[in-house]
Design a protein around this ligand. Structure first.
Ligand SMILES: Nc1nc2c(ncn2[C@@H]2O[C@H](COP(=O)(O)OP(=O)(O)OP(=O)(O)O)[C@@H](O)[C@H]2O)c(=O)[nH]1
Length: 430
């Protein structure tokens, strides 16, 4: 059974000694002064070693002196007045002020001053527990400055812990994403995901960060109002003193305008302005690529070369604008007849090329026939019946795409020569 001792195990003298030792060894600086008169004339009667360490004075130098010894031009006079009034009002005082060490250097000190009374209630002394808070104040000032600087920057800044839980976002982040700081703190940035990135994108991101490297990419993010935007983003892991990743900092810039413009320019550079189909330059590139892939995988591919019949007559009879409309109409019908993965190009004036990766001859011929029929079946309200001539070619073993193109063009020529509105297969097929 445990016996709890309720008696104080020390005599009064022992207790006094213990208190003296406690104050002498206290971490905080302790100063005791005489009560003074009308809040003035206090004299130092005790200071502990922590106080001497803080001020640079020895206790002998301080005994009998006024605490004003530690004050100087930068000490807030108003605060000293407030201190005197507070003590005269019989209240404890808590405040901080700039004080001067023996060597003249300045420090910021926090005071906790209260009266010590005897049994009759008369003030015997004042005890001041003090702490040098210079470093803390500087750190707080630095932190506040950094927060202001981060808020002043135009880039969105997000700081998270190692679990990606958000600890800080700046004003630019709020502006960019539409979310306020209070809505996102403690969450992970998942709410920004647009669902447009592949799992590989995230795998690369996580791998780079886990290896302690920065990851830089253009993210497609989702704004709070639901619209998608592009953010050029750099995520950097921040390590602690032990070398472990403790935080992530993400800095991003909304580059939607730039990305849209680039997309638009790319589209313009790759597509024919009249029909919206790929232009010949891109068509050739894709044909080359298809040929290369087919050769390496030993796969078939086919070409259909299409030419509108008697197009010059349409232009001559109905005007160039009507000719343009017919071109657009044919392009639309051709484009809507092909499968996903087939490549339709405006190959020339009134000529179109379809590249059919992995397509055998029968299927290519059937498609050409379908296209011929669908165009021929239209009776245009202005120009009447429009027909197409089509050449179909399928690649021979180890044949280059230029040779196949030449044979397909000859087939098209045959279709024209044999009366138009026809599909002709390129010969010979081995
Ligand atoms: N409206 C319009 N006409 C174009 C465009 N590009 C080429 N052409 C015209 O298309 C016509 C093609 O004429 P030809 O090569 O003689 O061929 P065709 O009249 O279709 O005769 P066949 O091919 O033998 O059936 C030319 O008059 C070109 O000026 C275009 O973008 N818009």
């Amino acid at each position: 059974m445990t016996i709890i001792k309720t008696e104080i195990p020390f005599s009064k003298l022992e207790m006094l000694n213990l208190l003296q030792a406690a104050v002498d060894q206290a971490f905080n600086a302790v100063l005791i002064t005489t009560p003074g008169e009308n809040g003035r004339g206090h004299k130092i009667i005790y200071c502990n070693p922590a106080f001497c360490k803080m001020t640079g004075y020895s206790s002998q130098e301080l005994f009998g002196q006024s605490p004003g010894l530690l004050q100087g031009p930068l000490t807030d006079k108003e605060l000293l007045k407030k201190l005197r009034i507070t003590l005269l009002e019989d209240k404890p005082f808590l405040g901080s002020a700039l004080n001067y060490r023996k060597d003249g250097t300045i420090y910021l000190v926090e005071w906790n001053i209260s009266a010590v009374r005897d049994a009759t209630g008369e003030i015997q002394a004042y005890v001041s527990v003090q702490q040098d808070i210079t470093a803390r104040a500087e750190a707080e000032h630095r932190q506040a400055l950094l927060a202001r600087a981060l808020d002043a920057t135009e880039d969105a800044v997000l700081i998270s812990d190692d679990k990606a839980q958000i600890l800080f976002v700046n004003q630019a982040f709020e502006h960019q994403t539409g979310y306020s700081s209070s809505e996102v703190l403690g969450k992970t940035p998942k709410f920004l995901q647009s669902g447009t990135h592949t799992p590989t994108f995230y795998a690369d991101l996580h791998l780079a960060l886990a290896q302690g490297e920065s990851y830089q990419s253009t993210f497609t993010n989702k704004h709070k109002d639901g619209h998608l935007y592009y953010a050029a983003q750099t995520i950097t892991p921040i390590k602690d003193e032990n070398g472990s990743i403790a935080h992530f900092v993400s800095v991003s810039k909304d580059v939607s305008d730039l990305v849209m413009r680039t997309h638009e320019l790319k589209k313009q550079a790759e597509h024919d302005a009249l029909t919206g189909l790929l232009n010949r330059r891109v068509g050739e590139r894709k044909l080359k690529l298809c040929c290369k892939t087919a050769q390496s995988k030993k796969q078939a591919y086919a070409l259909i070369l299409i030419d509108i019949d008697n197009f010059k007559k349409i232009n001559d009879q109905f005007g160039h604008d009507e000719g343009d409309r017919v071109l657009r109409q044919c392009a639309k019908l051709i484009n809507s007849s092909v499968r996903v993965g087939d490549i339709v190009t405006r190959w020339g004036g009134e000529e179109f090329l379809i590249v059919l990766p992995g397509c055998p001859l029968d299927a290519a011929r059937d498609l050409a026939e379908r296209i011929r029929k669908v165009v021929a079946s239209q009776n245009d309200p202005i120009v009447g019946k429009i027909t197409l001539s089509l050449g179909v070619g399928t690649v021979r073993l180890s044949e280059n795409y230029t040779e196949l193109l030449k044979r397909t063009d000859e087939a098209l020529y045959q279709a024209k020569r044999s009366g138009r509105n026809k599909v002709v297969i390129a010969e010979p097929v081995l």
